[in-house]
Design a protein around this ligand. Structure first.
Ligand code: UN1
Length: 510
């Protein structure tokens, strides 16, 4: 396929790079990557060895010592050029993301657009990275805080966003003066290798120190554990399940490392009697079936006022019936495959469990068969009537299942249901009622990291801080002031007088 060639994907690819140099290990096993869209074999990736890991970390560390002394706007200039390269390759990389991961081409292109956007954002940020100036209580003293580069950062990304989440972390890290090691999901390493190939030319053209943008594809049980335990890596950003994140968080905390954890979500949309259904229905359907329900931000629960429940249910049923399921590269289709057969199993198991608990599957749930679906990863998105307290509803199932539930009375009852789960990533309300919207956004409103009004739970812009509360992990990445996590904060007090007054008026004469 031509686009694979243009992205530098060969039949067999190495899994570790220090920036422009690929490490040529070929004896640690090969990942054979098939497209969940068609079942076709795409290419293979050699997994990195522990020795490769050692080399990558050392190179990233050596690079940090140089990179941190390059003025931030000059580092921003590299990121600006990376953004331009990504613009050139948007179509090809978007296609690979869609082909390797299974999300629709529109969403694949959207993911690359997120990469471009975060590059632009990081370039602007590179001329800011502001600290405060404070007023000292002592005469002839000056006090301020400044942000210093932190060191080697590692981004462990998940299969569902094969490239964007890396760029949120790596581009900010780069302007902050850090170097970045990327450990992508072993389910989608080709998109990572292609991204590395795309940025490589910028690194060569600008003589960027080897190790500023590194990549390592390897086993979680070996390389992953090495990363978590490695004191040379002061910050690790982990996107994944709550189970994976809990373990990572514990290991990193033990060595006083910093962690950004983007873990599970169990995102709800509240529909009040004042919701404008014209915009609500497409938002809910996109939120629930986009990326085949495999976004952290996917809509999983719909909390509907009892007075509009039947109407919403009927409209949703109609919308679900019109969904076209099939090859995500074909733009007429709305829903692509799940990532693999394991995910299909989780989907069907969840539906079995909800039925046992008293839920009612009112649409979908089938695993599709036939030539178009021969990868075995296609399912019909499910609509299920359920209750919030069911065990399965309390869990995040990474698949297109939307649980419908009723609330009665006022908005506070809906908010209680929305907050009544252990996760806290994204939430939204559809209403034209100012009081309801403001209650939802108030201190007694949504307890999530993201709370939207008249917008779905997924599809956040990069300009906001992205992340969640409770078991979602508490980290923030991407926009707003998330950059601060990638820097070391330092308070400076300078005495430019001839006396030594102590703070708090303490007398100490010698
Ligand atoms: C994720 O699912 O891990 O808000 C990230 C969104 C995307 C990012 C999702 N911008 O849906």
């Amino acid at each position: 396929m031509e686009f694979l060639k243009r992205l530098g994907i060969k039949e067999k690819n190495f899994g570790a790079s220090t920036g422009t140099k690929w490490l040529e290990t070929a004896d640690q096993g090969e990942l054979k990557i098939h497209s969940p869209a068609t079942g076709e074999y795409i290419a293979s990736v050699y997994q990195a060895s522990e020795a490769d890991y050692e080399k990558v970390v050392q190179t990233a560390h050596d690079a940090f010592l140089k990179w941190r002394m390059i003025p931030a706007p000059k580092r921003g200039e590299i990121v600006r050029q990376i953004g331009n390269r990504l613009r050139e390759f948007k179509q090809d990389l978007g296609m690979l993301v869609s082909y390797e991961m299974g999300k629709s081409l529109q969403e694949g292109l959207g993911e690359v657009q997120e990469m471009i956007d975060i590059c632009d954002f990081a370039v602007g940020q590179s001329r800011q990275l502001y600290g405060f100036t404070m007023q000292s209580e002592r005469p002839l003293h000056r006090m301020y805080d400044q942000y210093q580069p932190l060191g080697v950062v590692c981004t462990i990304s998940a299969f569902n966003f094969p490239v964007a989440v890396w760029s949120w972390n790596a581009m900010l890290a780069a302007v902050c003066g850090d170097t970045n090691i990327w450990k992508p999901s072993s389910k989608v390493p080709l998109s990572a290798i292609a991204s590395q190939n795309i940025i490589q030319q910028v690194l060569i053209d600008n003589d960027v120190p080897e190790g500023v943008f590194a990549l390592i594809v390897g086993r979680g049980a070996t390389i992953g554990e090495q990363i978590l335990n490695d004191k040379r890596i002061p910050l690790i950003s982990v996107t994944g399940s709550t189970r994976v994140g809990r373990h990572a968080g514990e290991v990193i905390a033990k060595r006083f490392g910093k962690a950004i954890l983007e873990l599970g979500g169990n995102n709800a949309v509240i529909l009040t009697p004042d919701a404008d259904l014209k915009i609500t229905i497409p938002a809910v359907v996109f939120g629930a079936v986009g990326t085949a329900g495999q976004r952290c931000t996917s809509t999983r629960r719909l909390i509907i006022h009892e007075t509009i429940y039947d109407k919403v249910k009927a409209t949703l049923l109609k919308a679900y019936k019109s969904l076209k399921i099939g090859n995500p590269l074909d733009q007429k289709n709305h829903v692509g495959p799940l990532i693999d057969k394991g995910a299909v199993k989780e989907f069907t198991t969840a539906l079995e469990r909800v039925k046992k608990e008293g839920g009612k599957v009112i649409y979908g749930g089938e695993v599709l068969e036939g030539e178009e679906y021969k990868s075995g990863s296609y399912v019909v998105p499910a609509l299920v009537e359920a209750e919030n307290h069911y065990e399965i509803v309390q869990e995040e199932t990474f698949a297109p299942i939307l649980y419908l539930m009723k609330y009665n009375g006022d908005i506070h009852n809906a908010i209680e249901l929305q907050n009544g789960v252990v996760q806290g990533l994204s939430s939204s309300i559809f209403t034209n009622n100012l009081r309801e919207a403001e209650a939802f956004l108030s201190p007694e409103g949504s307890d999530c990291g993201i709370a939207n009004v008249n917008i779905g739970t997924s599809g956040a812009e990069i300009g906001g801080a992205f992340g969640g509360e409770k078991e979602t992990g508490g980290g923030r990445e991407s926009g707003s002031d998330s950059w601060k996590a990638y820097m070391r904060r330092q308070t400076n007090t300078i005495n430019y007088g001839t006396k030594l007054p102590f703070a708090q008026g303490i007398k100490f004469d010698i």
